[in-house]
Design a protein around this ligand. Structure first.
Ligand code: GLP
Length: 250
């Protein structure tokens, strides 16, 4: 695990984007895994800049989102289908036909989950997976106590996660109660995982992800078992780390 502690969110986005691009450029047919949330926004802005500078081309690159709410309309501005379109597909000028989001509207969610796994496999697997972390340690929508071996699946959301995400909706009652997400096993299969997190409210989750024991109550801690994980955070998110001498302070 490589941990980079940045001065601020802007530097976090730049450093994370450089890692993402470096690993994508090393692949003949790269596949990108993308995440929603506010944490990766400066990362995406830097990916767009690097594309403008001619360093990388996203126009033919397949992408897979981590998750989607169950039961939300595809037109809802907070459906992850729309969020990914707005924050990733458009700014990175990706081909919308190549950007995949799990289908949270399917009558048969188990089948939709299986089809999503098949699509990832047929694309050759995810080379670089961008990740954020929930305040309760969730990754994608893998809530505490999700199995380490889980593949894409539907599950109920915890009250903590619904509370955290209420800021995107008019009221907490409008936040969906369930989601479909790549499993922890799916995420662990990615070639490189690049985590971004900023703000003091992420400090506990980051401490558990980086230094804490691997435990089902904190899904992010399973990423300690990933073969190549890069954690890029700001000072506030790093504030509960103890082993600072092992990490890069920028
Ligand atoms: C959501 C998403 C996660 C994301 C998390 C953190 O619940 N399902 O993939 O990492 O929120 O979001 P933010 O970056 O806005 O704090």
């Amino acid at each position: 695990m490589e941990v980079y502690i940045c001065k601020d969110e802007e530097q976090m986005g730049r450093v994370a984007a450089e890692h993402v691009v470096k690993h994508l450029l090393g692949k003949p047919n790269p596949v990108l895994g993308v995440a929603t949330g506010s944490s990766p926004l400066t990362l995406y802005a830097n990916l767009a800049r690097m594309q403008d500078e001619g360093i990388i081309d996203f126009s033919k690159m397949p992408a897979f989102a981590l998750d989607e709410y169950v039961g939300i309309s595809i037109d809802h501005p907070e459906s992850y289908y729309q969020v990914i379109h707005r924050t990733v597909t458009e700014p990175l000028r990706m081909d919308p036909n190549l950007v995949h989001v799990p289908n949270g509207r399917a009558d048969d969610l188990e089948l939709a989950a299986k089809q999503y796994e098949d699509a990832i496999r047929e694309a050759g697997g995810i080379d670089v997976q961008i990740l954020g972390v929930g305040t309760n340690g969730h990754v994608g929508f893998n809530e505490p106590y999700t199995s380490f071996y889980s593949r894409t699946h539907a599950l109920p959301l915890t009250s903590q996660t619904r509370k955290d995400n209420a800021r995107f909706f008019d009221s907490i009652d409008e936040v969906p109660t369930a989601a479909i997400t790549q499993g922890l096993g799916t995420i662990l299969d990615s070639g490189v995982a690049v985590f971004v997190a900023n703000g003091e409210h992420k400090a506990d989750a980051i401490a558990q992800l980086v230094e804490g024991p691997v435990a089902v109550r904190c899904p992010a801690s399973f990423l300690q078992l990933h073969s190549e994980v890069i954690v890029v955070i700001d000072e506030a998110a790093a504030s509960k780390l103890k082993d600072r001498e092992h990490f890069f302070t920028l």
